[in-house]
Write a protein that binds this ligand. Structure first.
Ligand code: SF4
Length: 693
């Protein structure tokens, strides 16, 4: 009841890309309760994370003072915990900490690199990329999109001309067929999954493609549990059938696409019979799926990191784009391409230019006109026209001695990067590391300066969800102790770097962003303050925004989308006698990414308190391990011990391992090989040995 609370503040859930709108109920300076409200993406619904995952903001691990590493601190390593931090760090004033943070970066040019964050607001992401570009003259700035949907964006930019979704996920209401591939929405986008289930219940055909079984299987018309890494063979076989049986939409292809003849010729060799041997799906099923999808009046394709996190992640997305184009399933109600974004603001942070090859709105750093448009607004010198280094390349450059100073805001590479010991060694090797976060994360263990920042409920700012919906986050509380809003910290740091910034608040930053971001046309801070959400593109000051785009052509030369044929490529590391099984990593419903927030949320931690992995019951029997017993997992990178669970959804030759647990960090095991286009690591496939511990 509202009389039970001191205030109720409308904001956005900080976890996944669905971007559910929430109401924070505040009493005595604390958020006591969270309710879903009627946002366009959630219509009042919330999952367990959104409803019960908020009390981390009041956790006694919150950073409340700036910290500086002691001169006599033990060697840098993953060795700090809440009980011994004083041995490593001392408290400092903001002035002292900011001066020290800036002095370790100032004048060092290409020796400096930055990781920004998809947990931050659009304004904070924009300021972060501006600090690196304006302050150091280059583009070595990236964020977790590199570990998430970088390959999807590479394929979408190449073939459609835009990295964002072509239709909101809610458009599934108007579809009669939908493919969900390499995604487990029930765990990772739970509110979106409720729309998918409703779609199936009203008779929509839901085609689920995933090497691991999952809860959506119960709602599916077709379940294709294909062999891990065999996506291209399966998708090419489906498209082969569409060509062979003349089920493609020639009129659409002629009007809106290019390179069709090459695609058609390429697909000739991918017969269902041949591809079945690679992907493990019967030719009959491949033919049935092809006919079902091509016969749809309106069809959508959703995908997740099961598609993107492969060395052939870009090829996987190229296939999905080609499938939609050849059947004319883009740009109409109930049709479209939708990579389900992971982090709540990974779309917005990418839009805001937190990537090494693009300035805001995916404008190339190599384009002289684009750079000069930005430097004019910034009142600064030109900066490098070379693409910057990506997340994994930056850490390699630290090892090579080329990068010596880093600024990391809200990311946790000491947990999230592949072959994570390599990442931790790089962090330890830096001369100077500034970490801005709300907790003393695994990455902050290695810091020289730690800047205490704000949680989502303590600041204003906009975030953009998977649906291209720009939404307003509002503060319900003040940051604890001396912690500050992230935009304020960035501005103060920039001033000490000599950049002369002067912003009164995120509103001023948003106004500056609009000058060079056409995507924000007709979207103003005042509108968002009043309406809470506007979808981009918005065609007029009163248009709530376009849920579907590209009905009349694409933002490419001649307005045409492109077919790019894809070949079958084996995973980088295939199982052998020494490492006979396949390791795949991912998330669980209750924990978010590296666990820094959800493992400090009491309900979520109580639901999933222990590091775990899942194997098929027959595999556990063979290994002589009972469910709940301990397994030793070893790859060419390292070994961890972890509790085993029995799960029939996992194929007999696979291990599924969540990456939220520092005590059994999944990324000690993962393979750092990357996709050549998106530069995304192959988190979904490593060769592993499992033994009783
Ligand atoms: Fe938050 Fe995503 Fe759950 Fe919605 S579905 S409540 S945005 S975690």
């Amino acid at each position: 009841d509202s009389k039970d609370f001191d205030s109720e503040v409308e904001s956005i859930c900080p976890f996944c890309g669905v971007g559910c709108q929430i109401s924070l109920k505040v009493k005595d300076g604390k958020v006591k309760y969270v309710d879903g409200i009627n946002g366009p993406a959630n219509e009042g619904r919330l999952c367990v994370k959104g409803r019960f995952g908020f009390d981390y903001i009041h956790h006694d691990h919150r950073l409340t003072k700036p910290l500086i590493r002691r001169e006599d601190a033990p060697a840098k390593g993953l060795n700090v915990d809440p009980g011994n931090w004083q041995e490593f760090f001392r408290e400092a004033t903001w002035d002292e900490a900011l001066d020290k943070a800036a002095s370790g970066m100032k004048g060092r040019g290409r020796e400096v690199a930055g990781f920004g964050s998809a947990k931050c607001t659009n304004e904070e992401a924009y300021l972060f990329q501006k600090i690196i570009r304006q302050g150091f003259g280059h583009n070595n700035v990236d964020h977790c999109t590199r570990l998430c949907h970088a390959s999807s964006v590479a394929a979408l930019m190449e073939n459609v001309g835009s990295g964002a979704v072509t239709a909101t996920f809610n458009e599934i209401e108007n579809a009669d067929v939908a493919i969900v591939i390499g995604a487990n929405p029930t765990e990772n986008h739970p509110v979106a999954a409720t729309y998918f289930k409703q779609f199936a219940k009203r008779g929509g055909k839901l085609i689920v493609m995933d090497p691991r079984g999952q809860a959506l299987k119960r709602h599916s018309s077709h379940m294709l549990q294909f062999r891990p890494g065999a996506d291209v063979s399966m998708l090419n076989a489906i498209m082969h059938v569409i060509v062979e049986e003349g089920l493609y939409d020639q009129q659409y292809i002629d009007a809106y696409t290019e390179n069709w003849e090459a695609e058609k010729a390429h697909l000739a060799g991918f017969t269902p019979e041949k591809m079945s041997e690679i992907c493990g799906i019967s030719p009959e099923m491949l033919r049935d799926v092809a006919r079902t999808f091509a016969g749809a009046k309106a069809a959508m394709i959703f995908w997740g990191m099961g598609v993107s996190q492969h060395i052939h992640g870009t090829d996987n997305s190229r296939c999905l784009i080609s499938l939609a184009l050849m059947t004319g399933q883009v740009g109409r109600p109930g049709s479209g391409l939708h990579p389900l974004r992971g982090q709540n603001n990974v779309q917005g942070a990418s839009d805001a230019g937190l990537v090494p090859m693009f300035l805001p709105d995916y404008q190339s750093v190599m384009d002289d006109g684009v750079r000069s448009a930005f430097t004019e607004v910034w009142g600064s010198e030109d900066f490098s026209n070379e693409k910057g280094l990506t997340v994994t390349e930056i850490l390699d450059a630290v090892h090579a001695g080329d990068i010596k100073s880093m600024y990391i805001l809200g990311e946790n590479p000491a947990m999230s990067d592949p072959d994570v010991e390599h990442a931790r060694d790089a962090l330890a090797k830096l001369d100077h590391l500034v970490v801005q976060d709300i907790f003393l994360t695994e990455t902050a263990n290695f810091a020289d300066v730690i800047l205490p920042a704000s949680a989502f409920a303590e600041k204003s700012g906009t975030v953009t969800n998977t649906n291209r919906q720009v939404q307003m986050g509002r503060p319900a509380l003040s940051p604890p102790g001396d912690a500050k809003e992230d935009w304020w910290i960035e501005v103060e740091l920039a001033k000490r770097l000599g950049l002369g910034w002067d912003y009164g608040g995120p509103e001023d930053v948003f106004a500056e962003m609009k000058k060079n971001m056409g995507s924000l046309d007709n979207i103003t801070w005042d509108r968002l303050a009043t309406e809470s959400v506007v979808t981009y593109p918005s065609l007029s000051p009163t248009d709530p925004g376009q849920p579907i785009v590209f009905g009349d052509g694409f933002p490419r030369a001649d307005g045409r989308a492109k077919f790019t044929p894809a070949n079958v490529i084996a995973p980088d590391e295939v199982p052998d006698a020494e490492y006979p099984m396949i390791l795949t990593t991912g998330r669980q419903l209750e924990h978010w990414h590296t666990g820094s927030m959800t493992r400090r949320a009491s309900v979520l931690d109580a639901l999933q308190p222990e590091a775990n992995c899942s194997l098929h019951p027959s595999t556990l029997r063979k290994l002589g391990v009972e469910p709940g017993g301990m397994l030793r997992l070893t790859t060419r990178r390292g070994t961890i011990n972890v509790m085993a669970r029995s799960d029939r959804a996992v194929a007999p030759d696979m291990v599924f391992l969540p990456f939220a647990y520092v005590e059994a960090a999944a990324n000690i095991l993962t393979n750092p090989a990357v996709d050549p286009y998106g530069k995304i690591p192959e988190f979904k496939f490593s060769a592993v040995r499992a033994e009783k511990a």
